[in-house]
Design a protein around this ligand. Structure first.
Ligand code: AGP
Length: 609
């Protein structure tokens, strides 16, 4: 989605905001722009396409100033174009504003503003806000009101419906104003300089101290200090968070793509996540311990890859604890009318900012459920709204395709399953065995990572296909679903996943020598059943790739394209098997020359419904 950067300091604002904007590229965007309070007035420059185009536009322009804002836009209202790109100026071009989110009542506001003589230049919902600010700002300034821009923005907030993170700059004010409502906005505290941004990644180079604004909060920020007020105008004591990610974590580190780097980091991220869920680092809260023995059901919610991790968690937790676990897309959950109350909801979101997941979790809380959030981002919105938070310790994930956060989410869910099993007085021997196996998972993944050549070879033939089916059974059905999602989002090859037993109920009609099928096999109770289904595929002459455990001789009876992962407890196999599928998707997309880290039409963090 869109990205925001704001800077107030002593440095070259233009250079700093463009540099910071580049670190938001991963969110996906179609145009970009800057507004700098320069020695020659407020200078606004925008361009369509890559940030490189914006850099070309400003090259040679003399834009000197130490306060500025910048934005990457992902079109929602109006086509990607220069006029629709942010920042948007007011009629006098002395105020400029950037916005993430959607102003839902913009049509009414626009009509009113037009009738009052405002000149609109863009088709965006955003532009109404800057005109509303100007209507208040100039009279306040004329009256000599201190911090006129800060006051004007706060007066506008009650008029807006929808979700927004806004940052405003004005030619005659040496500070920025930022406000947040259902769309993230973070203050970065520097020395002699302060920042605003839509997430922490552009700030890592400058500071590790951040403050996450809450809904309805408005900040005034200059180079020396910042002040936050709530909706009622009361000053808010900021909660300062230390971010323990280093700027290097958010760099490619010699890899061609962030996605490849992040896939290759998984032995480390899984180890860190495992450790975070053991010993002194994790105890089930007394409240949950009391709840668990009587727990009638759990429901897991999330979107996309987080939902798929939740599906693995469902199989794992249900079979271990015998607690029924439901699973629902967050976008569906919020509008559902469940017949029964679910006492415990687990909401999964790597970013902690996905609008659908947040809304679903709010709905769950409204229905009286206890909520546990699983996220990768310390201080993200989900952590502030859930009753409990469990962190994946995967480090920043920049590639749009989730990889290391997916496997880390499974690790957290598995470890949570163990703690629930413990609280239900489950067999200590089984518990010890499973925990020992989970400790060994990073090693299994490392072995997969050391053998990428064969995966690369197989990906070459898959990259030529128009449609690929992924099949699996039981706990590896979600592995197949995630494998298909990874492939389609970065390679644009149509991919669909099915529980292998479902093929004969419809999809078999589509199989032919042109439609490869990727099957995931583990050494579990459904292995033989899966191979029967693979036999059905072979009978239709569809090419088969089998992702199987090392030493599984049966796989070779069906195909020469067997990709292996080390032998492990079947309930843990989704992690190493998924790493194989991530690499398969990556190399297929590379073969097709796709923009792997920034797939078309997709954004890393989906903060609108
Ligand atoms: C994953 O590869 C996708 N980019 C997408 O499905 C993602 O998992 C989904 O949007 C949920 O994001 P979240 O985990 O940040 O909530």
């Amino acid at each position: 989605m869109c990205g925001i950067v704001g800077y107030a300091g002593i440095g070259d604002a233009l250079k700093i905001v463009i540099e910071a904007l580049k670190r938001l590229e991963y969110r996906g965007y179609d145009s970009a722009g800057i507004a700098i309070r320069s020695d020659r007035g407020l200078k606004i420059v925008k361009s369509v396409g890559e940030i490189g185009n914006l850099e070309n536009r400003v090259r040679g322009m003399s834009i000197k100033g130490a306060t500025g804002i910048a934005h990457t836009r992902w079109a929602t209202h109006g086509i990607p174009s220069e006029v629709n790109a942010h920042p948007h100026p007011d009629c006098r071009k002395k105020i400029a504003l950037v916005h993430n989110g959607i102003i839902e009542n913009y049509r009414t506001l626009r009509k009113e503003l037009l009738s009052r003589g405002h000149e609109f230049r863009s088709e965006t919902d955003t532009e109404v806000v800057v005109h509303l600010v100007e209507e208040r700002y100039y009279p306040l300034r004329k009256k000599g009101i201190e911090d006129a821009l800060f006051v004007a923005v706060r007066e506008v907030i009650p008029l807006l419906e929808g979700s927004y993170a806004l940052v405003v700059v004005a030619e005659d004010e040496d500070y920025l104003v930022g406000v947040r409502e259902k769309s993230p906005l973070v203050i970065g505290i520097g020395s002699g300089e302060n920042f605003l941004a839509s997430d922490v990644s552009p700030l890592l180079k400058y500071t590790s101290e951040v403050v996450y604004l809450d809904d309805g909060e408005c900040a005034r920020l200059d180079r020396k200090s910042f002040r936050i007020v709530d909706k009622e105008g009361n000053t808010v004591q900021p909660g300062i968070h230390q971010v323990d990610w280093s700027p290097k974590d958010a760099e490619k580190g010699g890899y061609e793509h962030f996605m490849l780097k992040e896939i290759n980091e998984q032995a480390g991220s899984l180890h860190d996540t495992f450790v975070g869920m053991t010993g002194e680092n994790f105890t089930l809260s007394p409240m949950l311990k009391t709840l668990v023995p009587y727990l009638k059901s759990i429901e897991i919610i999330g979107c996309g890859t987080s939902y798929n991790a939740g599906m693995v968690g469902k199989y794992f937790i249900e079979s271990l604890t015998r607690i029924p676990v439901g699973l629902c897309y967050a976008s569906e959950y919020r509008y559902s009318s469940p017949a029964e109350h679910t006492p415990l909801i687990i909401a999964i979101s790597q970013s902690g900012e996905t609008a659908d997941t947040l809304a679903a979790m709010r709905e769950a809380r409204r229905r009286g459920s206890v909520t546990i959030a699983i996220t990768n981002v310390v201080g993200s919105t989900i952590t502030r709204e859930a009753d409990f938070t469990l962190y994946t310790r995967a480090g920043p994930e920049i590639g749009v395709a989730a990889t290391k956060t997916f496997t880390a989410q499974i690790m957290v869910l598995d470890m949570l399953g163990l703690r629930l099993f413990e609280a239900k007085k489950g067999d200590p021997a089984q518990l010890g065995r499973l925990e020992g196996s989970l400790r060994g998972v990073p090693r299994l993944v490392q072995k997969v990572l050391e053998n990428q050549e064969r995966i690369k070879e197989v990906s070459r033939f898959l990259s030529k296909a128009h449609t690929i089916f992924f099949i699996g059974r039981n706990i590896n059905y979600p592995t197949a679903v995630e494998g298909a999602l990874k492939l389609k989002e970065i390679s644009y090859i149509h991919a669909e996943a099915y529980p292998a037993g479902e093929l004969k109920h419809g999809p078999l009609a589509l199989l032919s020598p042109e439609t490869p099928v990727v099957a995931v096999a583990a050494s579990d109770h459904v292995r033989e059943k899966l191979y029967s289904n693979v036999g059905e595929v072979c009978a239709r002459e569809a090419p088969v790739v089998i992702v199987a455990e090392e030493g599984d001789e049966t796989a070779w009876n069906y195909t020469d394209d067997v990709l292996t992962f080390p032998a492990c407890s079947p309930e843990l196999s989704p992690i190493p098997a998924s790493v194989v599928l991530q690499l398969l998707a990556y190399y297929a997309a590379k073969e097709r020359g796709c923009a792997i880290d920034k797939p078309r039409n997709l954004a890393k963090s989906v903060t609108v419904e």
